[in-house]
Design a protein around this ligand. Structure first.
Ligand SMILES: Cc1ncc(COP(=O)(O)O)c(C=O)c1O
Length: 378
């Protein structure tokens, strides 16, 4: 199987990550932060080391500002529900994933808040000027997906961060597709929150992810319960990071995430260069296959390439590729507004997303198969 669905989750995971997870299950499978015995302390150290490693990647000085959760969706929900209240206005873009759109739109549909949903320009992103023009006196939050999981195009988060700071509006960045690839520096971006999955570019296992929350930003906890601290109190503690980490953490997953993030810290630029070359190659070659259209008019910033073959739905193309042992994702990729914008809400797109383990031969195999489908049909 040639796996080209790395935007959903990276696969295969590096051997070192697999070994770290298995090793943690064998040797330190205790509950972190819940007891003073050796095994619990060892598990707690792994979790702390992972906070430090992620902090290094995003240029955050205080590891306590990293709260772990289940995935990026969990982090986005904590961020959005944690700060948006009745009467607020939220600015976001058509490039967002449903994990941001649904929580916001849910509040809009209940009549609690209002929102501005901005369309990208010809270059495939929403500009800082568009964001600034949408700011209202009651704007509480700006939510921006750093890199679209449909188009692979990056949004100008540094410039948008300046607009947010100028107007005193909270700024949440969805780093699902950018972390581990592009430079994501929370100081340069000036974001208040950064949501991230552990299982994509950071090479960790599924069931890991988290939220960076800038010092001084207080969120309403999304989930309350056991934190291993302040057990005498029936009130959720406000110390970080426990305030947002109720319940047993996925410590064995975090052990894998620690090793994946270490690899990224050591080799991010090389990983990115590898994927960028393959993504550009794929996008460029698809332009010359008759009957095939890419969604975007330029190569992606991160190696995510959506395309369609005339006469077929994206689901048909993805199914046919799977029959030929090539894994891509058809449909709408949990991002309906992007497809509305590109006129593909009914068709969807077949999305090929490259990972660090893919080779030029993998991309060539995809191109050969797509050419055959376009010429000879399914
Ligand atoms: C841009 C974006 N945001 C959020 C998510 C949700 O991530 P998770 O699957 O970790 O919840 C994804 C997943 O594909 C994504 O691509």
């Amino acid at each position: 199987m040639i796996y080209l669905d790395n935007a959903a989750t990276s696969f295969p995971k590096p051997e070192k990550v697999i070994n770290a997870v298995a090793g943690a299950m064998r040797t330190i499978g205790a509950n972190p932060g819940r007891a003073g015995h050796t095994l619990s302390l060892a598990a707690g150290r792994v979790v702390w080391n992972c906070r430090e490693e992620i902090s290094k990647l995003i240029n955050n000085d205080n590891p306590e500002l990293i709260s772990f959760g289940f995935n990026c969706t969990d982090a986005l929900n904590l961020a959005i529900f944690g700060c948006v209240k009745a009467g607020d206005h939220v600015i976001t873009t058509m490039l967002e994933h449903n994990s941001a759109l649904r929580p916001i739109n849910g509040m809009v549909q209940k009549g609690l808040i209002t929102w501005s949903l901005l369309a990208p320009g010809d270059e495939g992103y929403v500009s800082a000027e568009q964001i600034e023009a949408a700011v209202q006196p009651n704007t509480k939050l700006i939510v921006v997906n750093h890199v679209s999981n449909v188009t692979g195009i990056a949004q100008p988060v540094v410039e948008i961060g300046k607009v947010a700071a100028k107007h005193g509006v909270l700024f949440l960045v969805d780093g699902a597709q950018s972390l581990g690839m592009l430079e994501v520096d929370v100081k340069k971006i000036g974001c208040d929150m950064l949501a991230f999955p552990g299982h994509k570019g950071l090479l960790g296992p599924m069931g890991t992810g988290g939220l960076y929350i800038r010092e001084g930003v207080a969120l309403e906890p999304f989930r309350e319960g056991g934190t291993g601290s302040s057990s005498e109190s029936m009130i959720q503690p406000d110390e970080l990071p426990e305030a947002y980490e109720s319940g047993t953490l996925n410590a064995v997953g975090i052990a894998g995430l620690l090793v994946g993030t270490r690899m990224v810290n050591a080799r991010r630029e090389a990983f990115y260069a590898h994927e960028k070359v393959l993504g550009d190659y794929l996008w460029n070659e698809l332009q010359s296959i008759g009957g095939v259209k890419t969604l975007t008019n330029r190569a992606p910033d991160c190696a995510v390439v959506p395309f369609n073959v005339d006469g077929y739905s994206s689901g048909q193309v993805a199914t046919e590729l799977n029959r030929r042992h090539i894994g891509v994702r058809g449909g709408l990729h949990c991002a309906p507004a992007v497809h509305t914008h590109y006129g593909t809400i009914n068709l969807g797109a077949a999305r090929a997303s490259v990972g660090i383990s893919n080779t030029k031969a993998d991309v060539d195999a995809l191109l050969t198969a797509v050419m055959d489908i376009a010429r000879n049909g399914i």
